[in-house]
Design a protein around this ligand. Structure first.
Ligand code: NAD
Ligand code: UD1
Length: 337
């Protein structure tokens, strides 16, 4: 598998994965509607790698454009990142999420089917475990959607399973990401959220640079070592590497596979604040506020399956994640131009 189509490849995780693909000499085509990203990310990936990726401005809801793409180019596999990901927005506008994420994926699979391309790596999420009973969470844990965004991920997992059952020449990797953070070590590519960030790490980096006054710590009364919520933060570059391993896995052993991609370690909000302060030398002002509705107390991965079967380990720790997120923020105070 050398020719890879990456949907959503100008986004946060997509751009880091395209970089890794180019470094490993894959030929890469990116499609994106640029609804939540800028082409600048890809330009920087090309500059960093001194290699080119082909870009087409295509929306997954545009069936004709997809068909034309698959008629005019050959791909061995597709890595499918394109989707909307804001939980709060998905509660306010569920139809937008069902249409974009689910219809977009169905359109993609139909176009792939027609072209006879049946290797797919899909961006799923730890959100499919809902509010987990216990952690570490193995892949066989019960699945549950607790908001429309999560329901799109879970539904797409089911769709892809059924597709594989109906035609076992489809090879599918469902990758369940835990909490991707950080940025490429160069500080040239990173996470560029619109408006006020919803997620912890970009909120902290914006407090550190003075764009936001203080961090609200959502809940100080969880049953955890310091009362704040625990998550499994994973460096985006380690996550990107997991995608290449998944492609190799589909090549070596075709079928449908499911993997958690995390570090297997839980860190509390206070742990993240401390690690960030250490990595950046900046003080992060914060106050404890009520819990955010829908948040689990503790959520971290059992990563033994991915470690063994993908021969993949994370290499970067929380301090590396904080250092790289801070480097990106400092170099790009307003994100991509
Ligand atoms: P992102 O928003 O940075 O990237 C997604 C990209 O998809 C964007 O560039 C966007 O413009 C594009 N896109 C959206 N809808 C499209 C459409 N209809 N047609 C073409 N392009 C479209 O998000 P990300 O953080 O890089 O996430 C990538 C994937 O991983 C998403 O599917 C997301 O749900 C999933 N995921 C992300 C996280 C996370 O914390 N970032 C966690 C678990 C899963
Ligand atoms: C969120 C999404 C989840 C998605 C994941 C990755 C929700 C409810 N869940 O997960 O579906 O897959 O992002 O993008 O939005 N926190 C604060 N203050 C803040 C922000 C966060 O204290 O300003 C805390 C949260 O309560 C949580 C931790 O930090 O304990 C991480 O939060 P966040 O980065 O938003 O990720 P998740 O909630 O795990």
């Amino acid at each position: 598998m050398k020719n890879i189509l990456v949907t959503g490849g100008t986004g946060f995780i997509g751009s880091h994965t395209v970089l890794e693909l180019l470094i490993q000499n894959y030929r890469v085509t990116v499609i994106d509607n640029l609804s939540n990203s800028k082409l600048e990310s890809l330009k920087r990936v090309e500059k960093l790698t001194r290699k080119n990726a082909h870009f087409e401005h295509i929306d997954l809801l545009d069936v004709k454009a997809l068909e034309l793409l698959f008629q005019s180019s050959h791909f061995d596999a597709v890595i499918h990142f394109a989707g909307l990901k804001a939980v709060g927005e998905s509660v306010e506008q569920p139809l937008k999420y069902y249409k974009n994420n689910i219809s977009g994926t169905v359109n993609l699979c139909e176009a792939m089917n027609k072209a006879g391309i049946k290797n797919l790596v899909f961006s799923s999420s730890a959100t499919v475990y809902g509010d987990p009973d216990s952690s570490p969470i193995p892949e066989k844990s019960p699945l549950k959607a607790v908001n429309p965004y999560g329901r799109t991920k879970l539904t797409i997992e089911y769709i892809l399973r059924e597709l594989h059952t109906s035609d076992n020449s489809w090879n599918v990797a469902l990758l369940r990401y835990f909490n991707p953070v950080g940025a490429h070590e160069s500080g040239e590519i990173g996470e560029d959220p619109n408006g006020i960030p919803n997620n912890l790490m970009p909120f902290i980096t914006q407090v550190a640079i003075g764009k936001l006054k203080e961090l609200n710590v959502f809940g100080g009364d969880y049953p955890t070592h310091d009362g704040t919520g625990i998550r499994d933060y994973i460096h985006v570059s380690d996550l990107a590497a997991g995608h290449i391993r998944a492609l190799k896995k589909l090549e070596e052993k075709p079928g449908l596979v499911v993997y958690n991609l995390g570090t297997g370690k839980g860190s509390s909000v206070m742990d993240v604040i401390k690690a960030f302060e250490k990595a950046s030398g900046k003080k992060i002002p914060y106050k404890i506020t009520p819990r955010r509705p829908g948040d689990a107390a503790v959520c971290y991965a059992d990563v033994s399956k991915a470690n063994q079967e993908l021969n993949w380990q994370t290499k970067r720790d929380l301090e590396d994640m904080c250092r790289d997120a801070w480097n990106w923020q400092q170099k790009n105070p307003n994100g991509y131009p």
